[in-house]
Ligand binder design. Structure first.
Ligand code: C2E
Ligand code: CA
Ligand code: CA
Length: 644
């Protein structure tokens, strides 16, 4: 059954009756626009010739009236098709005209055949031959003209050709039988050629159509790619690339130097959200932040997400610092509102740095650098604040680059040295370890505080060299200390992330025949939180080598007790911020007590930093603290000045 259906399908396709696409319909219609008028011209000329030869022989109603009627029909049809050239057709209308053409080929075919047979009855042999000639030539002419319309080819062949063959074979006269057989063979060949031509024609159209669809598809893909390349997939805001494009276009078009503002917004404490609540929660926070920012901006400005938790904004604004500051406040306030997560409420903050065009810079890079500088200042001043880039910042940048240059020379000129601050047993005052603290004394700049120059070294890529140089100094000193004392050494964020630096630390110890067990590495809580997973892997690896790990400045950043169990460490250093108000503030006392208890439950030791008075020491002892560090016991000093 199925095979029969398939065979039937193939036969209809072979005969030119297959399904038609829109393109094929229009292609056929376009071909007919030129061919149909030609067809009627052929028919008209042949019919007039036959009328002429039969005039006076056959009755007038045949030679004059019928011929005139058929001719007028031809002219009208030809004219109609000629006029189609200047009209627009829908697919349905075109299809209708194609069908009409098939219908007319049947009607006209019958009409002219009957007329021909009627005339045949009146002529002598030569006139009859003319009828045979007229009919055969006309059918062949029509078939050629309707090459692109197989239905019409079939209908003409069957309505005119078939009666023609039957009629002339039946006359029994040899010459007509010969003409009929000759016509039959030629017409059959012609139909076959026509069908094969039509198949090729429809294949070309189908191929064109396929090409067109492919082209459209490629175009759509291109548009999609372009969109994706400029869009941040998560928040659907513009991305860094499109932000830069937008900013440079704005600068190009801003011929009259209209004032506008570039802002960089960075989330504080976003990383812990990812680490503690999972990436899905992190994504939701980012989406929500982008929605809140859009709300604050009321649809104005060009907002983009240019990095993990970094957003950027360009907005037309007048150079009014108060108004810009108030925009900054609105932005940071909105970010500070808690986020509802499945795992509970999450709170983060956002800092904001503004650069105003043109004071803050006249190019994309300058404006971005200025906004970035202001952002950094905002983050260090107080998280969740916003700062506008100013002349004072410009001066600071200059000073920093001066510092950078001097720092570069400091290593060669041996300007870097170490001070040591003991870590003691709070009860007995006995020294347990010495923390190495970097010092830089520059002839021109004087003493530069370590947190300041370490930060510059980190930014300019000099920190590895400085760390390794200081570590070597410290290890040389350590060799002269009593066996029970260990060295506590501070690492910067770059050191923790750099496998090479960590590897070199072990090598330096080996070169000096000192065991890793005599060294504690201090890593600040903020470094740990910047990449919890990486840091916990690194600290585990360092512990395996024999190093002790101290979690430094605990409580100064986004400390969350809930992540402590994820980290590998041996000692927790409570930030001196808690000790400062310890005597007056019962909350600080509570926090310190809780941390001390937590440490003992984790089986790690705990050191309190910044102990400055005997009263603080006594209170800390009652809270359970053992190890302490601070000016009360020792100030950082040169190794020679410490009696070990
Ligand atoms: P830190 O690791 O928290 O070091 C303790 C800082 O607190 C030292 O400041 C120390 O002088 C100060 N300090 C100690 N006891 C007291 C006290 O009782 N009261 C007060 N107010 N302060 C006290 P310093 O030497 O200026 O170092 C500052 C920071 O610079 C260090 O903080 C550390 O983060 C960084 N740093 C110092 N040396 C190095 C180093 O060699 N490498 C790295 N990467 N960072 C270093
Ligand atoms: Ca430290
Ligand atoms: Ca510390």
């Amino acid at each position: 059954m199925e095979a029969n259906i398939k065979l039937l399908q193939r036969m209809t396709e072979w005969a030119g009756f297959g399904a038609k696409t829109e393109q094929l319909i229009f292609a056929q219609f376009n071909e007919l626009l030129t061919k149909v008028p030609l067809l009627y011209f052929v028919l008209l000329v042949s019919s007039l010739a036959l009328t002429y030869t039969y005039y006076g022989v056959a009755p007038d109603y045949l030679t004059v009236h019928v011929a005139a009627f058929l001719s007028v029909a031809c002219v009208l049809r030809a004219f109609k098709w000629y006029r189609f050239r200047f009209q627009n057709f829908t697919q349905l209308q075109a299809l209708h005209q194609i069908r009409m053409t098939v219908l007319f080929s049947i009607i006209m075919g019958f009409g002219f055949s009957i007329w021909g047979f009627a005339l045949y009855g009146y002529g002598d042999i030569s006139l009859r031959v003319h009828v045979a000639y007229y009919m055969s030539v006309t059918v062949i002419g029509i078939i050629v003209c309707l090459l692109h319309l197989p239905a019409a080819v079939w209908s003409t062949t069957l309505t005119v050709g078939a009666p023609f063959v039957v009629f002339f074979v039946n006359t029994g006269e040899l010459i007509f039988v010969a003409i009929a057989v000759n016509f039959l063979l030629v017409a059959a060949v012609l139909v076959l050629i026509t069908l094969s031509y039509y198949r090729a024609f429809s294949n070309v159209i189908a191929a064109k159509e396929e090409l067109q669809t492919q082209h459209q598809h490629t175009q759509q893909l291109n548009i999609q790619n372009e969109l994706l390349a400029n869009l941040d997939g998560l928040t659907e805001l513009a991305n860094r690339r499109s932000f830069s494009k937008h900013l440079s276009q704005k600068l190009r078009e801003n011929i009259d130097k209209q004032c506008f503002v570039v802002a960089l917004i960075d989330l504080d404490g976003f990383k812990p959200v990812n680490d503690i609540h999972g990436h899905a929660a992190g994504d939701r926070v980012l989406k929500e932040v982008s929605q809140r920012l859009i709300k604050v901006l009321k649809g104005k400005g060009f907002l983009a997400r240019i990095g993990g938790d970094e957003f950027a904004l360009v907005i037309d604004h007048d150079n009014c610092h108060e108004a810009i500051q108030s925009l900054g406040n609105n932005i940071t306030k909105e970010i500070q509102k808690p986020f509802e997560m499945r795992t509970g409420l999450v709170q983060i903050s956002g800092s904001c740095g503004f650069a105003i065009y043109p004071e803050g810079g006249e190019s994309v890079d300058e404006l971005m650098d200025s906004a970035d500088f202001a952002l950094y200042e905002a983050k260090t001043a107080s998280r969740g604040s916003s700062i506008i880039f100013s002349g004072e910042h410009k001066r600071l940048i200059k000073q920093k680059s001066k510092l950078e240059l001097a720092l570069n020379q400091s290593i060669k000129n041996s300007e870097l040295s170490l001070n040591y601050q003991p870590i003691v047993d709070g009860k007995t005052g006995e020294i347990i370890a010495l923390e190495a603290l970097a010092r830089w004394n520059n002839p021109e700049l004087g003493m530069v505080p370590p947190d300041e120059f370490i930060m510059i070294a980190e930014k300019s890529g000099m920190v590895t060299e400085i760390t390794l140089c200081l570590f070597e100094k410290a290890v040389r000193d350590l060799k002269n200390w009593p066996e029970h004392l260990f060295l506590s050494f501070n690492l910067s964020v770059h050191d923790v992330m750099n496998q090479h630096t960590l590897q070199r630390l072990s090598e330096i110890l080996q070169e000096h025949c000192v065991s890793e067990q005599r060294v504690q590495l201090e890593i600040t809580e903020t470094i740990m939180m910047s990449d919890l997973e990486h840091c916990s892997n690194t600290t585990k690896m360092l512990q395996q080598k024999g190093f002790m790990i101290a979690l430094d400045d605990f409580g100064s950043g986004y400390s969350s007790l809930s992540y402590l169990h994820k980290l590998a460490f041996d000692n927790l250093k409570i930030d001196r911020g808690f000790v400062k108000n310890l005597l007056e503030d019962p909350r600080s006392q509570g926090v310190v007590k809780t941390i001390v208890e937590l440490c003992s439950s984790f089986n790690v030791s705990c050191t309190v930093e910044g102990v400055e008075t005997a009263k603080q020491r006594d209170l800390l002892l009652t809270l359970g603290c053992q190890q302490m560090q601070g000016y009360y016991f020792y100030r950082p000093a040169k190794i020679e000045d410490l009696k070990l």
